[in-house]
Design a protein. Structure first.
Length: 339
């Protein structure tokens, strides 16, 4: 899921000759979510790349960059100029369709890291944003009153406007209140006979623990993406932030093996607090990644490392990555504010 700023940056990169900017590349991290052969509702399945486009993007990365395993991160951070085209490839959440992505990446000999949201692994519970968008896109026309949100009007207001408004507000809530809203949304769909809606979109089903183990055996590094996929911002209680950091590490180490890296859900400026990265550090991780664009050599905090969301197409991708240093000043200002 790419931010508005990220999309604007990608559009600019498409206009720049790749050969002119590649020499200025610096070490970076990029991420994707899932990979599907066909997207039936791109707005609802907005976390997924179409398979054909994904293959083209991965071939581009293989040809233009040195894609390294996460174990090489310390070496890169110590000598970034030596690793100008170093790139770390990552995937967030833990969707079952990553088994297909794993085959693609293995064939191309591209190492990668999976950051798993452990509450969802091995269960039928969908990502909170999928649940919210399913309600906002498919609930019958009418007026609804949701806890903490208030009125949602599909009768007189444009549905897309309501979707944007409610999603933005939902992310400002603490985890417990957010769960109450999501449960109410699920109840509306159940009463409307749409309880099985999620089954129509298998793209958003999660891996089982056995499948996560199988990926680890194939050489995929497994990191934590919190327990429940929810912002770790200032609206969450200290206890929730600690649980979001500690519990996934414990589960992954019990079920799979070592877990040294963390990636914040959503991971942008409004999604990560000072208390969040402190909780992650105290939980014993070696590093943590945000979703702010920038280059790794510019980071002043190894628990607020930059990461760039891959767009939907390969065109301009290499130039886009080579130009990530344009985000370094914003990254450093934000890191300074969370010291």
């Amino acid at each position: 899921m790419t931010s508005l700023a990220g999309r604007a940056f990608a559009q600019t990169a498409r206009l720049v000759p790749q050969g002119a900017v590649l020499p200025f590349a610096r070490p970076a991290a990029v991420f994707f979510h899932g990979v599907e052969r066909q997207l039936d509702d791109p707005a609802l399945q907005n976390n997924h790349h179409e398979r054909e486009a994904f293959v083209a993007m991965m071939r581009e990365l293989r040809a233009r960059f040195d894609v390294l395993p996460l174990a090489a991160l310390d070496d890169v951070l110590k000598a970034p100029r030596k690793y100008g085209r170093a790139l770390f490839l990552m995937s967030d959440d833990g969707y079952a369709n990553l088994l297909d992505a794993a085959d693609i990446l293995e064939e191309l000999q591209l190492p990668w890291t999976l950051f798993a949201s452990t509450r969802h692994i091995g269960t039928t519970e969908r990502n909170p944003m999928f649940r919210a968008r399913a309600f906002l896109r498919y609930a019958p026309i009418g007026d609804y009153v949701l806890p903490h949100v208030g009125q949602v009007d599909f009768r007189t207001r444009e549905r897309g406007h309501e979707e944007t408004r409610v999603i933005a507000f939902l992310k400002t809530l603490g985890a417990e209140r957010a769960r109450e809203v999501l449960d109410a949304m699920d109840d509306v769909l159940t009463e409307a006979g749409l309880a099985e809606l999620a089954s129509l979109f298998p793209s958003d089903a999660f891996l089982s623990w056995a499948q996560v183990k199988s990926l680890a055996r194939r050489g995929v590094a497994i990191g934590a993406h919190a327990h429940w996929h929810w912002p770790m911002n200032a609206r969450q209680t200290p206890e929730q932030l600690i649980e979001q950091a500690v519990l996934p590490k414990r589960l992954i180490e019990t079920e799979v093996g070592p877990c040294a890296a963390f990636a914040y859900p959503f991971g942008n400026v409004d999604d990560v607090s000072r208390e969040a990265w402190h909780a992650v550090r105290e939980a014993g991780y070696a590093c943590a990644f945000t979703t702010l664009s920038g280059t790794l050599d510019a980071s002043t905090n190894r628990f607020l490392l930059p990461r760039h969301a891959l767009g939907s197409r390969a065109r301009g991708l290499s130039a886009e990555i080579a130009m990530l240093r344009a985000g370094n000043r914003r990254l450093q200002r934000w890191q300074e504010g969370l010291r």
